[in-house]
Design a protein around this ligand. Structure first.
Ligand SMILES: Nc1ncnc2c1ncn2[C@@H]1O[C@H](COP(=O)(O)OP(=O)(O)OP(=O)(O)O)[C@@H](O)[C@H]1O
Ligand SMILES: [Mg+2]
Length: 389
C-alpha cells in the first residue's frame, strides 16, 4: 500500500505494464496512464512523478523522452524501470535533478521504496525541520508479555502531545515484526526499514517523513509494516539511524521497545532520558520487572535507572494480590507510578482505534498517565550521555 507521501499525488505512468501497480504499491496515488505526448504537456499540466517502463518503448523514443524532461523548467522526479536499461539513457536520466532507475524484476515493496525515496528527496520542504534544542526520548518496555507497554506508550505520547503545545511528538514502535501500536491507534503502518539493507546512512529527515503516519497535529507514529522476518532483515544501523533522525526532527520521541534484547536494544535505551519498565501487580511480573531492571542497569552502568510503572492496578483485588509495599519489597526498589485498571476503556479504545484519552477521557488510566507524564516531563533531564547514534 502507498505510504502517506503518495496519497493523492499525481503520477504519470508511461507503459501499460505499470497499470496493475495502481492496486498495489501505488494505491492511493492519482495514477494516469499516458504516452510520450503527455511528457510534452508537463509544463502546462504538472505531475508529482513520472514513471517510465523502459521495456515498453524503443530506444529513440526513450532518448527523446529524457530530452523533453531535461528541457522542462521544473522537471518532476522521474523513475525509469525495466529489464533493459541502456547505459547512455541511464546516464542522461540521472542528470535530471530527481531521478532514479529500478531494474526489473522488482517487488512491489522495491517499487514503493524507490518512488517514496524520490518523492521525499524532491520535497525536502515538507520534511520536518530539525527540532530546536535537545529532544527528549523515553523508552517504554514491558517486564512480561501483555503488561501494557504499548497501551501506556500510546497514552504517554498522546498526553505529551496535548501538554507540550507546539512541540511535536513521535511514537516509534520498535516491535518491528508485529508491533501493535498502529492497530491500537487505528492508523496504517508505513515504515519499511528493511528496504535500507546496509545503506542506513541514506535515512534522513525527508525519508523519515515517508515512513511517518500522522495521528494528530502534534503526534506522528513510526510503525513497521507487518513482516515476520523484520528483526533479521532490519540492520542495527538502520534502527539506530532512525532513532537519531527522529530525535533531530521531534521534540519528544517515545519508544515502544520489545523486551527481548536485539543488537540495538542497549544503545536505544542508553540514548533515552527515561526507561519505563511496565509491570503488573502479580508476583511473576514483579520478579520479572526486578530482573529486567537489574539487567538494564548492569548493562548501561550507573547512568540510567529504569523506572517501574505498575499497570492495571485494581481498586478491589480479586484473590491474593501483593500490596504496593509488598510489591516494592519484591522489586527491591520503589515503583515510580501506578496506572489503574480499566478494561472497558482500554478495550473500547483499541477497538475504535485511538488513544484512551480520546475515546474514554474520563478513564482513570488517562488521569494516572497524565500525572506520570507531568512528573517526568517536569523533572530534570537524566541523560546517560550516549544518544543513539
Ligand atoms: N490499565 C489497563 N487497564 C486495563 N487494560 C489494560 C490496561 N493496560 C493495558 N490493558 C490491556 O492489556 C492488554 C495488553 O496490553 P498491551 O498490548 O499494551 O501490552 P504489551 O505489554 O504491549 O504487550 P506485548 O507484550 O504483546 O507487546 C490489552 O488488551 C490492553 O488493552
Ligand atoms: Mg506491545
Amino acid at each position: 500500500m502507498a505510504g502517506p507521501l503518495l496519497h493523492g499525488r499525481r503520477i504519470l505512468a508511461l507503459g501499460a505494464s505499470l497499470a496493475p501497480h495502481a492496486k498495489g504499491p501505488l494505491l492511493g496515488a492519482d495514477l494516469e496512464m499516458g504516452g510520450m505526448a503527455q511528457l510534452a504537456e508537463l509544463a502546462a499540466v504538472p505531475r508529482d512523478l513520472v514513471l517510465i517502463d523502459a521495456d515498453a518503448w524503443e530506444a529513440p523514443e526513450l532518448a527523446a523522452a529524457v530530452k523533453t524532461l531535461a528541457s522542462l523548467k521544473a522537471c518532476p522526479p522521474v523513475l525509469l524501470v525495466g529489464e533493459s536499461l541502456p547505459a547512455g539513457l541511464v546516464r542522461n536520466l540521472l542528470r535530471l535533478e530527481h531521478s532514479d532507475v529500478l531494474e526489473a524484476p522488482f517487488t512491489g515493496e522495491q517499487l514503493a521504496a524507490a518512488i517514496q525515496g524520490l518523492m521525499a528527496e524532491a520535497a525536502p520542504a515538507a520534511a520536518p525541520q530539525p527540532a530546536v534544542g535537545e529532544s527528549r526520548c523515553w523508552a517504554v518496555t514491558g517486564a512480561v508479555g501483555g503488561a501494557g507497554a504499548t497501551t501506556l506508550a500510546i497514552e504517554i505520547a498522546t498526553a505529551l502531545a496535548a501538554r507540550a503545545k507546539g512541540e511535536r511528538v513521535c511514537l516509534i514502535d520498535l516491535n518491528l515484526a508485529d508491533g501493535a501500536a498502529a492497530a491500537y491507534l487505528g492508523a496504517p503502518a508505513a515504515m519499511r526499514l528493511a528496504d535500507f539493507g546496509q545503506a542506513a546512512e541514506r535515512l534522513d529527515a525527508a525519508m523519515l517523513q515517508a515512513f511517518v503516519t500522522p495521528v494528530s497535529k502534534q503526534l506522528d507514529l513510526l510503525a513497521g509494516v507487518r513482516d515476520p522476518g523484520a528483526f533479521d532483515a532490519v540492520s542495527r544501523e538502520a534502527v539506530l539511524r532512525l532513532l537519531e533522525v527522529a530525535c533531530e526532527c521531534y521534540e519528544w520521541v517515545i519508544l515502544d521497545v520489545p523486551r527481548h534484547r536485539r543488537s540495538w536494544t542497549l544503545e536505544a535505551l542508553a540514548g533515552s532520558d527515561e526507561v519505563l519498565v511496565i509491570s503488573e501487580l502479580t508476583v511473576p511480573a514483579l520478579l520479572a520487572a526486578r530482573a529486567y531492571s537489574d539487567e538494564i542497569e548492569a548493562s548501561l552502568g550507573a547512568g540510567l535507572k529504569p523506572r517501574i510503572v505498575l499497570n492495571r492496578l485494581a481498586s478491589r483485588m480479586f484473590g491474593p494480590a501483593p500490596s504496593m509495599a509488598e510489591a516494592e519489597r519484591a522489586l527491591q526498589r520503589k515503583a515510580e507510578a501506578g496506572v489503574s485498571s480499566d478494561w472497558e476503556a482500554a478495550a473500547a479504545s483499541a477497538n475504535l482505534g485511538g488513544p484512551i484519552s480520546q475515546h474514554r477521557p474520563k478513564s482513570k488510566i488517562v488521569k494516572d498517565v497524565q500525572m506520570l507524564v507531568e512528573r517526568l516531563a517536569g523533572a530534570p533531564v537524566r541523560r546517560s550521555g550516549a544518544k543513539a547514534a
